[in-house]
Write a protein that binds this ligand. Structure first.
Ligand SMILES: [Zn+2]
Length: 227
């Protein structure tokens, strides 16, 4: 975990990647974003560049104990990795959290943006930035596998390139709490999960994540200036 030297009072953004060890573009994209100075200076940052180091080392979705860390954020964290994050966030407040993932079936980029007060204000700008850079966007429909059983389809709305979950409904329906929903209940005003398609080249996936993070931060700055 790394924390940037914050300007006094700069709102804090959480950046994380690699909670699934077999989605390697996320960690490398985050590191390259920090290295290349792409982090908007209007915010301060907490970065977990590789949330699942044991899974990353062995190329598995789960950690070395065989647990999906992204379903272990209930009850203060039921894996060591989740507990470490929950503990270190205890006194933190994030204006936004971005979590970088990859999808094995997707052919284009998409993101999850849970509704905040019935609205989701950043995802459309992220998808537009990917469009403008010429990257493919995933069409999302009921036939695309997102891990929701049919009886849970009413818990999310689908758009081109964007899944809009109802966070309260999901928390009640699913047993293991994902990182984003834990954050939205405890520590973050908004939490967006970015997904790049494993079917694309490494360079494309890195570039897609970079474009999405920069667009999200720019959109957030505009939103805060307007509000
Ligand atoms: Zn993932």
């Amino acid at each position: 975990m790394a924390e940037t030297a914050a300007r006094a009072g700069a709102p804090l953004v959480a950046l994380s990647a690699g909670v699934h060890g077999d989605e390697p573009a996320g960690p490398w994209a985050l590191l390259s974003i920090a290295r290349d100075g792409l982090l908007d200076p209007r915010f301060a940052y907490r970065m977990w560049c590789c949330t699942n180091p044991s899974g990353y080392a062995s190329g598995t979705r789960e950690n070395a104990e065989g647990d999906d860390i992204n379903r272990s954020f209930n009850s203060g964290g039921t894996t060591p990795e989740a507990r470490a994050i929950v503990t270190s966030n205890r006194d933190r407040h994030f204006v936004l959290a971005l979590d970088l993932h990859e999808d094995f079936e997707a052919e284009g980029f998409y993101c999850y943006e849970p509704l905040v007060g019935g609205a989701a204000l950043l995802g459309a700008g992220i998808v537009r930035a990917l469009d403008e850079s010429g990257f493919p966007i995933q069409e999302l429909g009921d036939e695309f596998e997102l891990g929701y059983p049919p009886e849970a389809h009413h818990l999310r709305r689908l758009e081109r390139g964007r899944v809009l979950p109802d966070p309260a409904g999901e928390r009640a329906f699913f047993k293991g709490t994902p990182y984003s929903l834990y954050l939205m209940r405890r520590a973050a005003e908004r939490a967006i999960t970015l997904e790049t398609p494993r079917t694309r080249t490494w360079d494309d996936r890195i570039a897609m994540h970079r474009t999405a993070v920069v667009a999200a931060l720019g959109g957030l700055a505009e939103l805060r200036a307007a509000g």
